[in-house]
Design a protein around this ligand. Structure first.
Ligand code: MEV
Length: 438
């Protein structure tokens, strides 16, 4: 079957759906019904979602959950989380509760600098390029004034612009490496607009810079784009308490628990196979709040994992120690987030999420996101080093299995009762359901 199509983007929404349904489904009417089942009955809401992207045919729901009782810097927060994985919200809430009686989370923004680069090719003497750069540097600022004016009023703007010589790694390759402060906005549009103007200024000024030869005047800009690697936009989240205070129902021997926990973190620090999974657990929390707050989780993911490899080997984002009887667990991660602009004022649920979080500044959001990541990591390591992960995971996952088998309310009661005292596995639940239905 040839499924290619010309002019798809020009089709109406109805035509697009019909094409998909007829092309890929043996029962097109059923497919159309499923697609439409997820439309919003409020036309304005549906239009909003249709226009977020191109070729929209439906909405793809993800659950939005709530993790309460996060005590952060002495104040209680309720964290909205958007995630499909069962047990993540429950784990965050459990961790939050646990730490709320042990001093809560401490979070601090250590830096908030964003980065953007103009990547260009220059064929000539570096010394001349350096003189050229110094001569025209003020023009980069003056010619972006119309873009930076508002940002400056909010206390942000261009922090610095450097010329970087990258020719030892790639022939004739140089950069304008610029740093920015974007306050409460994530800043992608602001940074990219500045960079594109820098690129224009660079090319135009080179053409009339007399010390340059004809070849040197022909600077070629390859691209101008922000970097999602933000190692100077860092937030620190931490929990700590006396080792003996770690005791609770499932932690009967806190000394043993703390030592094993620290060991588990150390393993993630030196072993990349473990570090990736360890950090994935952190990202369960981070992505869920990043999504709920309307931020770009792909940008955050890319930046965080680059940071986890900054020493040349992929490693744990979090760290733990026991010193003088005090257990401390912390993490420093790069997070470029915004609480204004983008989806934050467009998506009604994002607006709600930000309200629930107390209309945070970008710095506060960075703290809350990092704290949720740390809470998630604590919950995962606590389970892994005590009962194992499957107990909690399967308890939550059992609902997915019950839904898959469309179990009735009566069946659910019987099944859940049985698995209160029996080990839950996919196979065991399926076998039990089948047996029940015989
Ligand atoms: C599952 O989504 C996340 C964990 O694998 C994290 C971890 O192993 O630390 C439980």
């Amino acid at each position: 079957m040839n499924n290619s199509i010309a002019g798809f983007s020009k089709f109406t929404k109805e035509e697009k759906i019909n094409w998909i349904a007829n092309e890929y489904f043996t029962n097109p009417q059923e497919a159309i019904a499923i697609i439409k089942q997820y439309w919003n009955s409020n036309e304005a809401v549906q239009k909003l979602h249709d226009e977020f992207i191109e070729n929209t045919i439906s909405n793809f729901y993800l659950p939005m959950g709530i993790a309460p009782n996060f005590l952060v810097n002495g104040k209680y927060y309720t964290i909205p989380m958007v995630i499909e994985e069962s047990s993540v919200v429950a784990a965050a809430a459990k961790s939050a509760k646990f730490w709320s009686t042990r001093g809560g989370f401490k979070a601090t923004v250590l830096s908030s600098e964003k980065i953007g680069q103009v990547h260009f090719i220059y064929k000539g003497e570096f010394e001349k390029l350096e003189i050229f750069f110094k001569t025209i540097k003020t023009k980069f600022y003056s010619e972006t004034e119309s873009i930076t004016k508002n940002m400056q009023k909010r206390g942000g703007g261009i922090l610095d612009i450097e010329l970087r010589n990258k020719t030892t790694e790639l022939e004739n390759y140089y950069q304008l490496h610029a740093t920015f402060e974007t306050k409460d906005s994530m800043g992608a549009n602001f940074i990219n607009s500045c960079l594109e103007q820098f690129a224009k200024t660079l090319v135009e000024e080179a053409q009339s810079f007399e010390p340059f030869s004809e070849e040197e005047k022909g600077i070629q800009v390859v691209m101008s784009i922000l970097s999602n690697y933000v190692p100077n936009c860092i937030v620190r989240a931490e929990v700590s308490c006396k080792v003996e205070e770690l005791a609770e129902k499932k932690i009967e021997n806190p000394d043993e628990f703390a030592a094993k926990f620290v060991q588990a973190v150390k393993i993630a620090e030196i072993e990349p196979y473990r570090a990736v999974t360890h950090n994935k657990g952190i990202m369960n929390g981070i992505d869920a709040v990043v999504l709920a707050s309307g931020n770009d989780f792909r940008a955050v993911e890319a930046g965080v994992h680059a940071y986890a490899s900054r020493k040349g080997k992929y490693s744990s984002l979090s760290h733990a120690k026991i010193e003088n009887g005090i257990f401390t667990f912390w993490m420093e991660i790069p997070l470029a987030l915004g609480t204004v602009g983008g989806l934050t004022s467009l998506h009604p649920l994002v607006k709600m999420a930000l309200e629930i979080l107390g209309k945070p500044s970008a710095h506060e959001l960075m703290q809350l996101v990092a704290v949720t990541g740390l809470a998630q990591n604590f919950a995962a390591l606590r389970s892994l080093t005590t009962t194992g992960i499957q107990e909690g995971h399967m308890k939550m996952h059992i609902n997915n299995i019950l839904n898959q088998f469309q179990t009735s309310d009566e069946e659910r009661v019987i099944i859940k009762k049985h698995f209160e005292n029996n080990t839950i596995s996919h196979a065991a639940v399926v076998a039990f359901i089948e047996n029940l239905r015989k």
